[in-house]
Design a protein around this ligand. Structure first.
Ligand code: SF4
Ligand code: SF4
Ligand code: FES
Length: 235
């Protein structure tokens, strides 16, 4: 197959390579072949190769994907001409490697870290698996931080300050964790112009998330929670 791969920084260009096809080949296999057999200077990022670490996401034929779980045979329409570039909406460090700092800085801005009040001397919290908050928290907890949703969101492109679907999904997950004690701060953090109300419900994040998470649903939940807190004068 003929593979066009992004080289350089934001002002770089695509470079073409010929790569042999084989059964069960993933996009990450293709990139690895190029780096190991054709051009060892190609920069890309991966770790687990099994869909756990979230580090291998790239733009494949214009669509953000986790490349270690994207099979050429199943997922790619034109299997003989493939274009592979870095994720959108993030600065390019080199070739296929993006700078993820602003992506994770936004998790911090959305109060994406757990803060409990219990000490190690207290008993475990007992939370019913079928409680509404537990079910809602579980819906978003499997996020692997791959950035696919962030790269697929047009609102992030238009407004680089927007927290984006992954950070807001994280905020929604923690908002539903009854052990967390910082929800008032968290709601204030996601209530501003760059927060949940900036989402246009385009659904690209939900369509693209490889873990089948629906950040759009979480963002809608945040909008409702912010409205309720505002009516109660808690913001
Ligand atoms: S639903 Fe909202 S967060 Fe998701 S891609 Fe669309 S605008 Fe972005
Ligand atoms: S919500 Fe889905 S697409 Fe977005 S970072 Fe998490 S796993 Fe990746
Ligand atoms: S290499 Fe870890 S998710 Fe792809």
């Amino acid at each position: 197959m003929r593979v066009s791969v992004w080289r350089g920084r934001a002002d770089g260009a695509f470079q073409e390579f010929d790569v042999p096809r084989h059964a069960s080949q993933t996009v990450l296999d293709v990139v690895t072949y190029i780096q190991r057999s054709l051009d060892p200077t190609l920069a890309y990022r991966f770790a687990c190769r099994v869909g756990m670490c979230g580090s291998c996401a790239m733009t494949v034929n214009g669509v953000a994907r986790w490349t270690c779980r994207t099979h050429i045979d199943k997922a790619i329409k034109n299997k003989n001409e493939i274009t592979i570039g870095p994720l959108r909406n993030l600065p390019v460090i080199r070739d296929l490697v993006t700078d993820m700092r602003e992506f994770f800085d936004k998790w911090a801005r959305a109060k994406g870290e757990f803060r409990g009040a219990a000490t190690r001397h207290e008993d475990f919290a007992r939370i019913r698996p079928d409680s509404a908050t537990r079910v809602q928290a579980e819906a978003g907890i499997e996020c692997i931080g791959c950035g696919v949703c962030y790269a697929s969101c047009d609102v992030v492109s238009w407004n680089p300050d927007y927290l984006g679907p992954a950070a807001l999904n994280r905020a929604w997950t923690l908002l539903n964790d009854v052990r967390d004690v910082t929800n008032a701060d968290r709601l204030r953090a996601v209530a501003g112009d760059a927060g949940c109300h900036a989402c246009h419900t385009h659904l690209s994040c939900t369509e693209r998330c490889p873990k089948h998470i629906a950040p759009t649903a979480g963002i809608a939940g945040l909008k409702r929670a912010v409205a309720v807190a505002a009516m109660r004068g808690e913001l």
